[in-house]
Design a protein around this ligand. Structure first.
Ligand code: ATP
Length: 406
């Protein structure tokens, strides 16, 4: 099979697995869909949540120089005038006319009170308009950052490629404020930090490339941009981006900063690492998807890092028609669930089928309760990637699994 065909097949396989197993469904499907929208099912939502949590832990919770916020999606129109989005956030149409991709909406009920607003096309502006509030509340010294995770909306001219180009998606952004003389140092620092997280979540590093973006292709606010591109089956395209926004935004919003020691008043410069959550989900699924043969049978599995896997452990009774096994398995499931969330109980079909089902959704561990469990209180723990099984004492199961959930 030609490489192109194989890659198209891979996309089809991922889209089909996502629908069949409850990761991602087409938006508004029962009414024929709505282009550029996708709905996350239980497993996709868990994966999305785990990605966001890993990001928040690394870049906000475990640091002292970054403040998290959650700004409103609807903002005063003046924000989008000042940010340059009303004038400049446009993509070229086929005939060369430019089309502004912000979604317009109306705020207010009474005719005379109605004002035009936009669904935000980036989370960044919610951060800039809270710059002064954050400085006044926390008195941070430079350099410091403000981070936000949330929805962004763009009326993309041609939404396509599954989660890659949607009209509504999640962003994780940091605006990192520095002295103008330090921007190059912190640009490099953030490039390294981004790469570290990309590797930490288990993206295929062979498919990641950092690309310097030429001036003509940069966003209106950027003086330097490096894109982290991923080799998707439909081509090497942007995954995340790093931009040097200079003093563009704070200056336009007429904001400045007073050094708490010297009282010097100036406009800080901004380094912006930005991450699309949905593109992370897609790139992770593409990195994790694997097919092999185990015990003479073909199988599909998702080699997700255990910490990101939507389901951590599946607990089975060996046979569903043996009440003593079902009872014991239920007991082990209930105890384990208190200590490790995202655990499921499954007694459908034979054990081989259950393993295949869990492999396909990336569950790293399957625990089976069999007749030996009744005698010696041990269970088998099967590893997703190798298929190997170990016997572990039921009382030590939670600790055993917790140590592997990294
Ligand atoms: P592209 O060139 O692919 O349109 P962009 O340069 O416009 O992307 P940015 O403005 O840098 O993207 O947005 C920041 C991040 O948001 C991107 O790195 C990407 O991960 C994500 N993103 C942007 N547009 C979309 C979209 N339509 N659907 C899903 N994620 C998106």
């Amino acid at each position: 099979m030609k490489i192109k065909e194989q890659e198209n097949n891979l996309m089809e396989k991922i889209v089909s697995l996502c629908k069949r197993r409850g990761f991602v469904f087409p938006g508004s499907e029962i009414y024929g869909g709505l282009a550029g929208t996708w709905d996350y099912g239980h497993l996709g939502n868990e994966l999305l949540h785990n990605i966001k949590q890993s990001w928040w832990n690394k870049f906000v919770a475990t640091r002292e120089d970054i403040y998290g916020i959650r700004a409103a999606i609807l903002m005063n129109t003046k924000v989008w005038d000042a940010s340059g989005h009303v004038a400049g956030f446009a993509d070229p149409l086929e005939n060369g006319e430019k089309f502004n991709t912000m979604f317009k909406t109306q705020v207010g009920a009474k005719k005379e009170e109605i004002i035009t607003s936009y669904l935000r096309p980036e989370t960044a502006q919610g951060i800039f308009v809270n710059f002064k509030n954050t400085v006044d509340a926390f008195h941070p010294k430079l350099p410091f950052g403000i981070a936000q995770i949330g929805k962004a909306f763009r009326n993309e001219i041609a939404p396509r490629d599954f989660l890659f180009r949607q009209r509504e998606f999640d962003q994780m952004e940091i605006e990192y404020f520095v002295r103008s003389t330090d921007w190059e140092k912190y640009f490099k620092y953030w490039k390294d930090e981004m790469l570290e997280w990309i590797e930490e979540i288990g993206l295929d590093m062979k498919k990641i490339h950092d690309v310097e973006v030429a001036e003509d292709d940069r966003a209106h606010y950027s003086q330097r941009t490096v894109d982290f591109e991923f080799e998707y089956p439909f081509g090497q395209k942007e995954l995340f981006g790093l931009a040097y926004r200079g003093d563009f935004d704070l200056k336009n919003h007429k904001l400045n900063y007073s050094d708490p020691d010297t009282q010097e008043l100036f406009v800080p410069h901004v380094i912006e690492p930005t991450f699309g959550v949905d593109r992370a989900v897609l790139a992770l699924l593409l990195s994790a998807y694997a097919e092999d043969e185990l015990g003479g049978e073909k199988r599909t599995y998702l080699k997700l890092k255990p910490a990101l896997a939507p389901v951590k452990v599946a607990v089975f009774p060996l046979l569903r028609n043996k009440p003593e096994l079902v009872k014991k398995a239920r007991e082990i499931y209930t105890n384990l669930k208190q200590e490790i969330p995202s655990i499921i109980f499954d007694d459908n079909g034979n054990i081989g089928k259950r393993y295949r089902r869990q492999d396909e959704i990336g569950t790293p561990f399957c625990v089976t309760v069999d007749f030996d469990t009744i005698k010696d209180d041990t269970v088998t723990v099967r590893d997703r990637d190798t298929g190997t099984q170990e016997r572990v004492k039921a009382g030590e199961l939670a600790e055993f699994i917790k140590n592997k959930l990294v």
